[in-house]
Design a protein around this ligand. Sequence first.
Ligand code: SF4
Length: 277
Amino acid sequence: MTPADQQAELSALVRALRDHVEAERDLGARWFAAAAPVPNAPSTAARVRSRDIAAPRPDRAPPVAASAVPRARTEAQVGERSATGAESAVVAAGTLAALSSAIGDCRRCKLAGGRTHLVFGVGNENADLMFVGEGPGRDEDLQGEPFVGRAGQLLTEIITKGMKLRREDVYIANVIKCRPPNNRNPEPDEIASCLPFLERQIEIVRPRVIVALGKFAAQTLLGSATPITRLRGHWHTYRGVKLMPTLHPAYLLRNPGDKRLVWEDVKQVMAELGMSR
Ligand code: SF4
């Protein structure tokens, strides 16, 4: 490499570092304050179950800067995020309670008009494992909690009987917090309005593994149009967090023969978390 080439490479590195720092600054530099990962940290099902909810998270690597990875949002969606005080409160929220408070009685999209309850999320704020679904259905809308209907009962069985965890050991949320009419698919403007809340939830919980339940959650988080049948069963990455797409429990209710596929995916998740079967 010639001196000129070396100079060009050094300049490119400086530019990349400057962009990265600016991106972090835009996000409030939250992750610069996070501790470095601890090598060889214990990782067992018991640890997953017993984590003190209030304990700090020294064993968790900070997610990489949002600008350093492919974004699920489109450019148009990004443009719709305004710098209002409410949005600033969402970005600044350091706990799930603060985030829920910042979201408040959200009217940011047209789904607000048809909901009974805004379904924020439930579970352990320090969970190693986070499940992400599409959005509330009828039961979830009525009860204000994600995955409480028949599909939710199946997810609970996967957690309790399959993984030997309690539902309160994990964190469960959806891409969309309010039920679309007749359970239709969320529309792009609704996703643009609501996705920042899920993004912030993931930043706060900082799970070691995300399980994306179904096509919609997987494709949204990965910014991919690849069918769930090809996404599932393989590890992906969402902002530095390992992500396993799998089939949605509602699909399994209609196609119980495919439960074995989900079990294969769950076994990979358990192995990643150091859990024995
Ligand atoms: S779906 Fe999300 S953005 Fe729309 S009103 Fe509900 S919480 Fe707000």
